[in-house]
Write a protein that binds this ligand. Structure first.
Ligand code: MIC
Ligand code: SF4
Length: 643
């Protein structure tokens, strides 16, 4: 039996476990990336592990999220990360160099290698045939220290692409179609592989748009073959030697096959407030638009912005629209500046931002009240833009630019002849904003600089024999990490200060939650399906940990958040019978008798609801390793105990 692309990479990197679906497997990690919003915590954890120099082939730290410096906090964090990197062997991509995923694809990604990143959109690297996976900061810290990265061996989904995209239809429309078919939870426990004749019609940046937004499917990762198109891209980046060919065997077996004919796709939009709420743009045409934002790790490549510039050239942004554009990297920005396209964007009235995440994570450019904002980004969760009642639609750069000119939703196919933009045969390569670490023998000469905002990792304790706790919160299905630990310009500067950021935990759903959880001392959160979807931020586990949350009991979890809860020592429980969701209410007094022994024995967990007298049974599916992590009170304690 042949192998899929992902299975081939997994096989080459397998350190432990069996390659059978559902088994816990340990992978050797070749490369890591961090960004600044998760990076401070990841490097504090790396320091706590105590390994002097990173053991990966390449580890890179990016500054791209917390770039709005309205106080000392973010700048202090940047300086902390910069000095840690210099000392411990990590490359440092300075602020201004661009968004981690875009830059990593351009400059560092290598087909066939494994990459984990403390950001959920790390699968962008699948666009050049990497096995690139989003993870919590602590998992990245462990991998930097040479430890394995553990995942559950996923199922394999094959998406067969046939045909060719029609004029004005874009890679974004491909992934929106996949989201329409699979939904935001359809990818959980799966790797999505692209194949078929249509693949060779897509350039690397287009493939990367598709693998990037595979994160919104909940998939472990997404991957394209590494072929001649990949080779041409790497050659244009001056990295032809990094290319290796990679494709699935003809007799590879997939658990699920989806067929998409690229020729039949039309421009689409993900409507508020979920990336899988898809409609064709033609159905929305004519509705007023207040804001358009172009950029983010999904759609900010040279190709994307050249198309936008060609659409805007010689025109003016509609009077009712504010258009913001953030190029994805310094390479993209610089090339646009040198070839005149930046002038076209400026002349049309675009508000040009620095190359960073910016509005995608609510760092400025929040829309007006009830504002309709069209964004080329990947997430439109409620409130993420910074405006609670903002109406965010996710669209392609072509739809975004056409609508910015029209002032209403505009199907770009109405624009006439398509703009023809070729991928350059030579990109502008200048890595002067990537600082190299000092040689190992000089590491003691580097002082790590810490600002007053940087507070240590919260205290964790080995698991108690039994737990008595109250229900401090009850929430519904599809809770995102943006609900649990909101981002935005005001809260993000607190990412390295867990006590302070905890004050904002779940306040989107319930303003009283932090105070209530603290007053309860120990508590349990109850939720519905796909709990914790979205980002990799481990703060969504560390803040509840700090507030005394001992267990989270839900109908189902999203992958990265479940791993982050385990890493924090919080017990992840699922209802054995989902109808028991109705048998717990806020403030109910709960007892989990002999929980420790039950976890050791691999038994179901019993929850006695003392308030209504009901008994609820919960599953706690842990491997031997994750069981030990929970018993130790989290991965940091476990790693210290086992090294
Ligand atoms: C996001 O897009 O939600 C983020 C911000 O990039 C997060 C990481 C974070 O919260 O720092 C992610 O996707 O993992
Ligand atoms: Fe940054 Fe947005 Fe991409 Fe997250 S999704 S890495 S915030 S650009």
């Amino acid at each position: 039996m042949g192998y899929t692309i992902a299975q081939k990479i997994i096989k080459e990197h397998l350190l432990s476990g069996e390659m059978t679906v559902g088994s816990d497997i340990g992978l050797k990690i070749d490369q890591t990336l961090t960004q600044d919003a998760t990076g401070t915590m990841a490097y504090l954890e790396f320091e706590a592990i105590g390994v002097p120099r990173v053991k990966t082939e390449k580890s890179v730290a990016y500054i791209d999220h917390n770039t709005l410096q309205t106080g000392f906090e973010n700048a202090d964090d940047h300086r902390f990360i910069q000095t840690v990197c210099r000392k411990h062997g990590i490359y440092f991509s300075r602020p201004g160099n661009g968004i981690c995923h875009q830059v990593h694809l351009e400059r560092f990604g290598i087909p066939g290698k494994t990459l984990i990143g403390s950001d959920s959109h790390t699968p962008t690297g699948g666009g050049i045939g990497m096995l690139a996976i989003g993870a919590g900061g602590l998992d990245v810290a462990v991998a930097m220290g040479g430890g394995a990265y553990y995942i559950t061996m996923p199922k394999m989904v094959r998406i067969n692409l046939s045909g060719k995209l029609q004029p004005w239809v874009s890679a974004k429309d491909v992934i929106l179609e996949v989201l329409r078919i699979m939904s935001v939870k359809g990818g959980v426990g799966k790797i999505v592989e692209y194949g078929g004749e249509g693949v060779k019609t897509l350039t690397v940046p287009e493939r990367a748009t598709i693998t990037n937004m595979g994160a919104e499917l909940g998939a472990t990762t997404s991957v394209f073959p590494s072929d001649d198109v990949t080779k041409a891209f790497l050659k244009a980046q001056g990295r032809e030697n990094d290319w290796v060919e990679l494709s699935a065997d003809a007799d590879a077996v997939y658990d699920e096959i989806i067929n998409i004919n690229l020729s039949e796709l039309v421009p689409m939009a993900a409507c508020p407030h979920s990336p899988d709420n898809i409609k064709p743009v033609s159905e929305l045409a004519g509705q007023t638009v207040d804001q358009v934002c172009i950029g983010s790790c999904t759609n900010s490549s040279y190709l994307d912005l050249m198309r936008v510039a060609a659409i805007l050239r010689g025109k003016t942004v509609a009077e009712n629209v504010s258009l913001a554009i953030a190029p994805g990297s310094k390479q993209v920005y610089n090339m646009l500046a040198l070839n005149g396209a930046l002038g076209d964007l400026i002349a049309a009235g675009a508000r040009i931002l620095e190359c960073a995440c910016g509005p995608c994570i609510g760092m400025g450019q929040s829309p007006n009240s009830k504002g309709i904002s069209l964004r080329t980004f990947n997430r439109n969760f409620k409130g993420r833009s910074g405006t609670a009642d903002g109406q965010i639609y996710l669209v392609s750069p072509e739809t975004a630019a056409a609508s910015a000119l029209a002032g209403v939703f505009c199907d770009p196919r109405t624009l006439g002849d398509e703009v023809q933009i070729e991928l350059p045969t030579e990109f502008l390569v200048n890595d002067n904003m990537v600082a190299a670490p000092v040689p190992a023998e000089d590491m003691n000469s580097v002082e790590v600089l810490r600002g007053p905002n940087i507070k240590p990792y919260p205290a964790t304790y080995p698991l108690d024999d039994s737990i008595e706790a109250k229900c401090s919160l009850k929430v519904e299905d599809n809770i995102t990490t943006d609900h649990i630990m909101p981002a935005g310009a005001k809260i993000l500067p607190l990412r390295s200060n867990i006590p302070a950021i905890s004050e904002h935990c779940f306040t989107v759903c319930d303003k009283e939650f932090p105070a209530r959880a603290k007053a309860m001392g120990k508590s349990v959160i109850v939720g519905g399906e796909n709990y914790g979807q979205g980002s990799s931020r481990e703060h969504a586990a560390l803040a509840p940990l700090y507030l005394g949350v001992k267990a989270v009991l839900v109908k189902s979890f999203a992958r990265i958040h479940r791993a982050n809860l385990i890493n924090a020592g919080i017990i992840p429980l699922t209802f054995a019978d989902e109808s028991d969701y109705d048998n717990i209410s806020l403030n109910d007094e709960l007892v989990l008798p002999d929980v420790k022994q039950r976890i050791i024995n691999g038994e179901d967990i019993v929850i006695e609801n003392k308030t209504n007298g009901k008994t609820i049974v919960a599953k706690c599916e842990l491997s031997e390793r994750t069981k030990d992590i929970i018993l130790a009170g989290g991965l940091l304690n476990y790693t210290r105990e086992n090294s």
